[in-house]
Write a protein that binds this ligand. Structure first.
Ligand SMILES: [Ca+2]
Ligand SMILES: [Ca+2]
Ligand SMILES: [Ca+2]
Length: 377
């Protein structure tokens, strides 16, 4: 009798254990189903955002009607990345790092093939401390930004931003935002952005001017705009400058122009280096094809290169891993819960996915903002 009672108690205990395990298994399955359902919903939400972003971007790319370099060589194409620096004479970490670098030296492959060295550099380009430069461009819906880091063995603060070649250290950035025979620019307006390291009064500063050229009648006018900013500063081997040129500067003559991803602008530059109080003048024209193109004018109107405005970067979706087979954290108490720590990994991935959704949505908003700005204008 005692044995029968003991056997009965054991049977009950076994049944209770089986029932408890079945209950745990059901809870685990429910939890896994819930997790998979949740992951599926998140994937769908992410896919919707990606599709929306791609559609917005594709809409802008297909609508990219801005072409300022159709008549000019595309042998050299340089790029301006999307970004908004602070024009303060301080190069902060990450501020310009993603902007492609245009390097120019006294033995430069682009100048040797397409350009020209003038002044003292015609006969002597042996001193590497005399000149070298790195130029970067960024753009956003408000402005084009330039950062130049110049090697120069004799920095001249004198001179005028209206005539940098006359005794100043500076640069001329040639830009044409719309082709000269396009409906957007029938008079052929072009803009040469001048900047110098001085402040137009002989001290450190950064001063700017714009030479506006009209190709239809050959006229030129040099003006100053308060909305342009420049801050120059000394470096260990020369000088550097941050410059902001609002797109509104170009829109004064080409009112229908609006920047957009994949737009191509006609582009060249003329770095100017005066040394020895201006007695030693040199400059180079980075791109010149007037003879090749048969342009009956001087190098100002030669066949420039292309400056392409890069689209904002869209963060791509990584493929989420399959839903975990192991028990999630909710059933930690179960005897089989040894696998529970693995549940932490998918949770972290979920956070990453949300981060990507936010980044993608932000990028989509940026593209939408550019698009909205354009429509508004
Ligand atoms: Ca800065
Ligand atoms: Ca020099
Ligand atoms: Ca100099």
């Amino acid at each position: 009798m005692v044995k029968q009672q003991a056997a009965a108690r054991q049977q009950i205990a076994v049944r209770q254990q089986i029932a408890a395990r079945q209950q745990i298994a059901v809870r685990q399955q429910d939890a896994i189903k819930a997790e998979r359902y949740d992951m599926r919903n998140k994937k769908l939400a992410l896919a919707a955002v990606i599709i929306l972003s791609a559609a917005l971007l594709a809409g802008n790319l297909s609508a990219a009607s801005v072409r300022g370099g159709a008549h000019w060589s595309d042998a050299v194409v340089r790029e301006a990345a999307w970004g908004t620096p602070v024009i303060d004479g301080v190069i902060s970490s990450g501020e310009w790092d993603h902007a492609p670098v245009i390097t120019v030296t006294l033995d430069d492959p682009v100048v040797n093939e397409y350009g020209i060295y003038q002044g003292g550099w015609e006969s002597d380009r042996s001193n590497t401390a005399d000149f070298a430069t790195e130029v970067r461009f960024l753009w956003d819906d408000k402005s084009l930004y330039i950062y130049e880091n110049r090697t120069d063995d004799d920095v001249i603060l004198d001179g005028s931003s209206e005539t940098p070649w006359s005794g100043a250290d500076g640069n001329l950035i040639f830009l044409q935002v719309a082709d000269d025979d396009s409906p957007m620019n029938p008079e052929g307006w072009g803009h040469h952005i001048f900047y110098i390291v001085g402040n137009d009064s002989g001290d450190w500063g950064g001063a700017t001017a714009v030479r506006i050229v009209n190709e239809s009648d050959g006229s030129r006018e040099t003006v100053h705009y308060d909305e342009m900013k420049a801050v120059a500063f000394k470096t260990s081997n020369g000088w550097a400058i941050e410059v902001e040129v609002p797109w509104s500067v170009f829109q004064k003559e080409v009112p229908e122009f609006a920047p957009e991803p994949d737009a191509i602008l006609g582009f060249s530059m003329v770095p100017i280096d005066n040394d020895d109080d201006g007695a030693d003048f040199s400059q180079l024209c980075w791109f010149r094809q007037d003879e090749q193109l048969g342009v009956p004018r001087d190098y100002d109107f030669g066949g420039w290169a292309h400056l392409r405005l890069l689209a904002p970067v869209i963060v791509e979706e990584p493929e989420p891993e399959a839903a975990p087979e192991a028990a999630p954290e909710a059933v930690e108490a179960a005897p089989e819960a040894a696998a529970a720590p693995q549940a932490a990994e998918p949770a972290a991935q979920t956070s990453d996915i949300f981060g990507i959704v936010i980044a993608t949505a932000a990028a989509a908003a940026v593209v939408a903002a550019v698009s909205a700005k354009k429509r508004k204008d």
